[in-house]
Design a protein around this ligand. Structure first.
Ligand code: THU
Length: 138
């Protein structure tokens, strides 16, 4: 990886980690942070926000995508998700589809733990043969 790509990834990691610290997860006690770089170069982040009515909770990726849309950006260049524990904190099925709306099959999805990035997948690896906006152009 080039030095500038490495620095860009570190910036995403720091933003996601800061977001994770603000997660509201009193029910699962599993705090998640997400940060994405849009094609404009801006970084947008989000954290999970749970609710006493459990299904109303929102994932960290959802928050980051909302922040991106609010800022007027529409394309995800790369996204990083951070969670604690041993297992890879990969996006849930719903969030894979939410990312899909604004990303390309080759868009990198980095999965991190507290110590740093653990694995990187493409969107197509996590959501193969996906349905997207272009399918509606019939
Ligand atoms: N969660 C996320 O925010 N993103 C993920 O990628 C996986 C799961 C949240 C949802 C819920 O608040 C908590 O983690 C436990 O599932």
């Amino acid at each position: 990886m080039s030095k500038s790509a490495e620095a860009a990834l570190q910036e995403l990691f720091a933003a996601a980690k800061a977001a994770q610290a603000n997660a509201y997860a009193p029910y699962s006690r599993f705090k998640v942070g997400a940060a994405l770089r849009s094609e404009s170069g801006a970084v947008h982040s989000g954290c999970n926000v749970e609710n006493a009515a459990y299904p109303q909770g929102a994932c960290a990726e959802t928050g980051a995508i909302s922040a991106m849309a609010l800022a007027g950006d529409r394309r995800i260049a790369e996204i990083l998700v951070i969670g604690d524990g041993e297992a890879l904190c990969t996006p849930c099925g719903g969030c894979r589809q939410r990312i899909r709306e604004f990303a390309a099959p080759t868009t990198p999805i980095h999965i991190a733990g507290p110590e740093g990035v653990r694995s990187t997948f493409t969107l197509a690896e996590l959501l193969p043969e996906s349905f997207g906006p272009e399918h509606l152009s019939v």
